[in-house]
Design a protein around this ligand. Structure first.
Ligand SMILES: Nc1ncnc2c1ncn2[C@@H]1O[C@H](COP(=O)(O)OP(=O)(O)OP(=O)(O)O)[C@@H](O)[C@H]1O
Ligand SMILES: C=C(C)CCOP(=O)(O)O
Length: 264
């Protein structure tokens, strides 16, 4: 598990790949605080294999909330726009996300992936009612990457001027990380095989929100961060190409392919 690649002072490191493992994939989203162990193991296998083979040099992982963060946020009425000033509520959401993060880290460590946690609640801030103003300092993540680790961030609470603490989604973090670290590819692994049109077919590529807006909805299960509509909106803001795909597309993405829906 000792970091093997990269090193301080190197200037020729590859641009990182940013991959989000959706909470809907790695948890049973309709059963509070339940990890989907087989799904997490399969994701861990795919990530470990891609790193072992050198298919990816530098990787930043993000995971969503699934039945951990969303469940508690929903109970306390917290969302990406509605905040709380109740420290107990903040700890319920953050504590649940740290428990899920611990499970993700363990699955990666079992496979010798040098994964380390980065908790957004301790780093990030934004202002209420202002779009796209998330401030996520990246020096710890960038330094960990340069030292050969795989930083693992997660949807979390975030200090929000004017609202207390709101929710920051993994999708928002993906956008900040990809832009700030100069990622060359972004993958969002969700429970669906891609963004689906009205007939349930995977839309191959999206470059305009309005063109697909009618097909985009929230999540089928408890979700305080906007489901697929928010995801597509976030990813369209990126310079790097992004793919939304299901668990069956994860290995292909890690091989360098663009399964599912390409968003650019
Ligand atoms: N047009 C669409 N195509 C695909 N999924 C859609 C669409 N409209 C709404 N959805 C919903 O969006 C969900 C995916 O978003 P969701 O935020 O739940 O996933 P996730 O990011 O994997 O999970 P989490 O938010 O816990 O990390 C799908 O499971 C589906 O219920
Ligand atoms: C609900 C919380 C705390 C995390 C939300 O992150 P997401 O599942 O990526 O939308």
């Amino acid at each position: 598990m000792t970091p093997g690649k990269g090193g301080s002072g190197e200037s020729t490191l590859d641009a990182p790949v940013v991959l989000k493992l959706g909470g809907s994939v790695i948890t049973e989203k309709d059963r509070p605080e339940t990890v989907d162990e087989p799904a997490l193991a399969a994701a861990g296998d795919a990530v470990a294999d891609a790193l072992d083979r050198g298919a990816i040099e530098r990787l930043v992982l993000v995971h969503g909330g699934g039945s951990f963060g969303h469940h508690h946020a929903n109970e306390h009425g917290i969302s990406t726009s509605e905040g709380t000033r109740d420290a107990g509520a903040v700890m319920d959401v953050h504590g649940a996300m740290k428990r899920l993060n611990r499970a993700v880290l363990s699955a990666l460590h079992d496979r010798d992936v040098p994964a380390v946690p980065v908790h957004p609640l301790s780093l990030a801030a934004r202002s209420a009612g202002v779009d796209d103003d998330l401030d996520l300092p990246l020096s710890s993540t960038a330094t960990l990457l340069g030292e050969g680790f795989v930083p693992v961030l997660h949807g979390d609470g975030v200090a929000t001027a004017g609202e207390g603490v709101t929710v920051v989604s993994g999708d928002e973090l993906v956008v900040e990380l990809a832009a700030g670290l100069g990622a060359d590819r972004v993958g969002v692994c969700s429970t669906v095989p891609g963004v689906l049109d009205d007939d349930g077919s995977v839309i191959p590529s999206i470059d305009d929100f309005d063109a697909v807006a009618d097909a985009l909805g929230a999540s089928d299960v408890t979700d305080v961060s906007g489901g697929m509509a928010a995801k597509v909106g976030e990813l369209l803001a990126l310079d790097a190409p992004a793919s939304v795909f299901g668990p069956d597309g994860l290995e292909a993405f890690l091989r360098g392919e663009t399964p599912g829906t390409r968003i650019e």
